[in-house]
Write a protein that binds this ligand. Structure first.
Ligand SMILES: C[S@@+](CC[C@H](N)C(=O)[O-])C[C@H]1O[C@@H](n2cnc3c(N)ncnc32)[C@H](O)[C@@H]1O
Length: 211
């Protein structure tokens, strides 16, 4: 899926997202934001903020910046922040996660929920995450990975050619998330329903350059 396909797919998703895909992925959002809240105060970047479903869950002592490429999804997030008076949301900006405009070492946490299996060039996004994290900072991730066997694996393979249409890669491989040498996996758990989502925490190594 290229970036144009992302924009087209999420223009279609935006009006219905919160009550469909957004509703069934709520567990990942709660777990991910809960982890960050336990480390507040901190500077947080949320990549692929979408319609902003997670924004209300962040502790008010965090300083949260959100980015997304889809203007339609972002418009909904901005409306949510205004209507709900979410004053700890510092900024919401249109940006490509592959080329962030932030300085190196700007954030304590980079959060990404249900995004890495959507973005074009996920390895490049992982490198950008490492670049903008402070040494010891953490990437906190919820993501769907493909399975190697079973009925769900068959379904994932069947849907893989439809990525442009459905808006994500159903056959996303974990190697893309683990490839960045400046990030080390420190925590991993399977999330319900049926372990469909994976929760991961990766730490920015101080002793390795971004790769
Ligand atoms: C499945 S939605 C997840 C939204 C939100 N994180 C959530 O949990 O509800 C994926 C989001 O990633 C965004 N996205 C995909 N590729 C992107 C890129 N290269 N840069 C920024 N955002 C991107 C899409 O526009 C979409 O809003």
């Amino acid at each position: 899926m290229d970036i144009k396909a992302v924009e087209t797919a999420y223009a279609r998703w935006a009006p219905v997202y919160d009550k469909t895909f957004g509703a069934i992925t709520e567990v990942g959002r709660r777990r991910t934001v809960g982890y960050v809240n336990a480390h507040a105060p901190a500077d947080v970047l949320e990549l692929g903020v979408g319609t902003g479903l997670a924004l209300r869950y962040y502790s008010k002592t965090l300083r949260v910046t959100g980015i997304d490429y889809s203007t339609d999804m972002l418009r909904k997030a901005k409306k949510r922040v205004a209507e709900d008076g979410l004053s700890h949301i510092h900024a919401l900006m249109r940006m490509d996660a592959r080329a962030l405009s932030f300085e190196d070492a700007s954030f304590d946490f980079v959060v990404s929920m249900h995004v890495l299996s959507v973005v074009p060039e996920p390895e490049r996004v992982m490198a950008e995450i490492a670049r903008v994290l402070r040494p010891g900072g953490r990437a906190v991730i919820a993501v769907h990975f493909k399975r190697d066997s079973g009925a769900l694996a068959v379904l994932e393979r069947a849907f893989a050619p439809l990525a442009d249409l459905i808006g994500w890669h159903s056959d996303f491989d974990r190697s893309a998330v683990l490839a960045e040498p400046a990030l080390t996996l420190v925590e991993e758990a399977q999330l319900p329903p049926m372990g469909m989502m994976t929760f991961m925490v990766l730490e920015r190594r101080a002793d390795r350059a971004v790769g």
